[in-house]
Design a protein around this ligand. Structure first.
Ligand SMILES: [Zn+2]
Ligand SMILES: [Zn+2]
Length: 259
């Protein structure tokens, strides 16, 4: 059982539920000793009705988590961070927002802040796949990110593991291992169930063929719950299943807190 989870959302992103305190109570009940909040970061010029908090909510979010940090300090260690995409054109804004919190996680869900251009939760073309890999590598090069969330999120909704998918797995694993930035085994994909890929069935993520390539590099791995409901923190069987899916691969999991 992993005693820490740094990937937790709040209702502010508009597709998660529960109060901040309910996440803390669930984490305590599940036996976590560290809970990191990493809600979807806002973009100053791009409000959203479904994918991230609004810029006006950022200070209140931090204050709310800070208050819980103090209230529950004898029971659990709490950190406040943000999960965000990265785009070179708004580097300054990410730096500015990053200074307000304890950590940033990279979660490259879209090719633009609201997914108008490419939302990777679909069947991606090879070109889009490679664009994703390139963006992730550029983002990791900035050194801003504590770890990379769901490197295989781009497999979500795919129906085949194309050579481009393999190339992206190589690109990301090479970059993350060179920079020694941990990569996340995200358990949320297990909750979606297995999907057919050719003759076989795999989770979208953790996607075993993707991780078979990633495991060829000296990576540090971390499990992320990606909780969008307080009760997600209690579903420890999903963690077991995600790890079971990757069994036999040479993956080194971080066994100490990352901050
Ligand atoms: Zn989310
Ligand atoms: Zn997330």
């Amino acid at each position: 059982m992993f005693r820490f989870n740094y990937h937790t959302h709040t209702y502010r992103c508009k597709h998660a539920s529960g109060t901040d305190e309910e996440y803390v109570l669930a984490a305590i009940e599940a036996g976590y000793s560290i809970l990191g909040f990493s809600d979807h970061a806002p973009y100053r010029d791009f409000p959203s009705d479904r994918s991230h908090m609004d810029i006006e909510q950022l200070d209140e979010y931090i204050a709310s988590i800070d208050a819980l940090k103090e209230k529950y300090k004898d029971q659990i260690e709490i950190h406040v961070g943000l999960e965000t995409e990265y785009f070179p054109w708004n580097h300054e804004e990410r730096v500015e927002i990053g200074k307000k919190v304890e950590y940033l996680l990279l979660g490259q869900h879209y090719s633009d802040p609201v997914g108008n251009e490419v939302n990777y939760f679909k069947i991606n073309t090879d070109e889009e796949m490679l664009q994703y890999g390139k963006s992730v590598c550029e983002a990791l090069d900035t050194g801003m990110f504590r770890y990379l969330c769901h490197p295989d999120v781009v497999m979500n909704r795919q129906e085949a593991f194309t050579p481009a998918c393999g190339e992206v797995a190589h690109m990301i694993a090479k970059k993350a291992s060179e920079l020694d930035i941990p990569v996340e085994v995200n358990v949320r994909g297990v909750a979606k169930g297995r999907k057919p890929f050719g003759e076989k069935e795999y989770y979208f993520y953790p996607h075993r063929p993707f991780w078979e390539i990633m495991a060829q590099y000296p990576l540090r791995c971390i499990v992320g719950i990606d909780a969008h409901r307080p009760e997600d923190l209690l579903e420890t069987e999903l963690v077991d299943e995600a790890l079971n899916e990757l069994s036999g691969l040479d993956l080194k999991f971080i066994d100490e807190p990352i901050m």
